[in-house]
Design a protein around this ligand. Structure first.
Ligand SMILES: [Cu+2]
Length: 361
C-alpha cells in the first residue's frame, strides 16, 4: 500500500503568517478529515502555541482522532460518520503523530495516520512550506514488504452454516454497515461463523507476500474432504484486490491486523481477532479431480484462536489475545457463478493448530 498526501484547504503560509502570535487569543486551526482509511490534514505544519483541530468524519464508520508526541497524548471520543468534533491543544515545537485510535490501532494500521510538524516561533528555520515538510513521504504500513509461509496443522474441521453465537455483541457494530447491513443480518441466523462443526481431513500450505497495492501475491495449495466424502483441491496463485468500504484488502495480503468483531473493520459476524496474515485471493477449485471454477473467491486468515478444544464451538467474542494458530480457509463461488456443492453453498475449513514463518523480503 502506498499513500499520497493530499493537501487541501488554506495554504500553510497563510496560517503561519498569522502565527506570530505569542499570547494570541485565537488558536490556529487545522482541519482534519477522517475516512477509510486515511487522515488528511489541511496543512502538515503549524506554528507552536494553541492549536485547534477541527475534525470531520467523512467516512462511513465511526472514527476518532488522537495527537501523540512530546508528552502529549490526547484523543477525541468516537466521532460518528458525518459528525464533527474539535480538539484544542497547546503544542511545542516538534513532530507529532496524528491518527485514528479506533480498534486498538487497527484503523491506524490500515492507513489512518499522519504527522504534523509544529514549528517553534523562534527556531529560525524559515518557511516550512510544502516541500520542506518532513511528513511528505509516502510510507508503508507495518509489515509491508514482508512474506509469510503458513502450514496448517492439528485437528481439521469443516464448519457448516448456522447461527452466529454472539448476535447481541455484533448488533451495534452491524448498525454501522449501511447498505451492507441487510446482507449481513441474514448471516446472523444462518452464516458461516457457527458452532456446527464436523471433523475433516486435509492439508493447507501457502506463502503470501505483502508488497503493496499491485504487487501482493500468494502461492499455495489446500486439499480436504467434506462431510459428503467429496475431495476438494484449491490452488491459490493470485490475490484479489477489489476494495470496498469496511473490507480493506490493500492488494490482497495484510500481515498483522487486529480486526473483525468490535473493531468496525470487516464483518462483526466474526469474533474480534488478531491475525498474523489475512488475504483475499482467487483460486482454482477442483472437486473429485474435476475443475469447478478458476475464479473461486477465497479468504484466508491465520488468526488468534476462536474455537475451544473438543467440540470446536466459538469460545469468545473478543479472541484477540489468544494464541495465533487457527488457520481458516473460506471459499465462495466466483462472481456470478452458482453456489458450491456444499451446505450453504460455501466451503469453510479450519486447521486448528497451525504455524507460520516470516520470510526475508
Ligand atoms: Cu478510524
Amino acid at each position: 500500500m502506498s499513500k499520497h498526501w493530499r493537501h487541501w484547504g488554506l495554504p500553510i503560509l497563510a496560517v503561519l503568517g498569522a502565527a506570530s502570535r505569542p499570547g494570541s487569543e485565537v488558536p490556529a486551526q487545522v482541519s482534519v478529515r477522517l475516512s477509510e482509511w486515511k487522515v488528511e490534514l489541511s496543512q502538515q505544519a503549524i506554528a507552536a502555541g494553541t492549536v485547534r483541530f477541527a475534525i470531520t468524519n467523512a467516512g462511513s464508520i465511526p472514527h476518532a482522532f488522537e495527537v501523540e508526541g512530546h508528552g502529549i497524548e490526547k484523543e477525541t471520543t468516537t466521532i460518528q460518520p458525518g459528525a464533527s468534533d474539535t480538539l484544542t491543544l497547546t503544542l511545542t515545537a516538534g513532530t507529532y503523530e496524528v491518527y485514528c485510535p479506533v480498534g486498538q490501532d487497527s484503523h491506524k494500521k490500515l492507513g489512518m495516520e499522519s504527522h504534523i510538524r509544529v514549528v517553534g516561533a523562534n527556531d529560525g528555520s524559515g518557511s516550512p512550506g510544502y516541500g520542506a515538510s518532513a511528513m511528505g513521504e509516502a510510507h508503508e504500513p507495518v509489515g509491508a514488504g514482508q512474506a509469510i509461509r503458513v502450514t496448517g496443522g492439528g485437528p481439521v474441521i469443516q464448519i457448516l452454516p448456522g447461527p452466529f453465537p454472539f448476535p447481541d455483541s455484533a448488533a451495534p457494530i452491524l448498525q454501522q454497515f449501511g447498505d451492507e447491513r441487510e446482507g449481513l443480518e441474514s448471516q446472523v441466523k444462518n452464516g458461516p461463523y457457527s458452532n456446527t462443526v464436523i471433523p475433516s481431513t486435509g492439508s493447507f500450505t501457502f506463502t503470501a507476500w505483502d508488497k503493496g497495492a499491485v504487487r501482493d501475491s500468494v502461492d499455495g495449495v489446500a486439499d480436504f474432504t467434506t462431510q459428503d466424502g467429496a475431495r476438494w483441491k484449491l490452488v491459490l496463485d493470485r490475490v484479489q484486490t477489489k476494495d470496498v468500504p469496511h473490507h480493506p484488502r490493500f492488494g490482497g495480503v495484510i500481515l498483522g491486523l487486529y480486526y473483525h468483531g468490535n473493531t468496525g473493520v470487516h464483518t462483526p459476524l466474526v469474533p474480534t481477532i488478531n491475525s498474523a496474515v489475512a488475504l483475499w485471493a482467487f483460486g482454482h477449485l477442483y472437486r473429485n479431480d474435476a475443475l469447478v471454477t478458476d475464479n473461486a473467491m477465497v479468504h484466508v486468515m491465520l488468526l488468534s484462536r476462536t474455537r475451544r478444544d473438543g467440540d470446536f464451538a466459538l469460545a469468545c467474542w473478543d479472541c484477540s489475545k489468544n494464541r495465533i494458530e487457527e488457520l481458516q480457509l473460506q471459499i465462495l463461488p466466483g462472481p456470478g457463478e452458482p453456489k458450491l456443492d456444499a451446505p450453504g453453498g460455501f466451503l469453510f475449513i479450519n486447521w486448528e493448530k497451525s504455524g507460520s514463518t516470516k520470510l526475508a523480503k
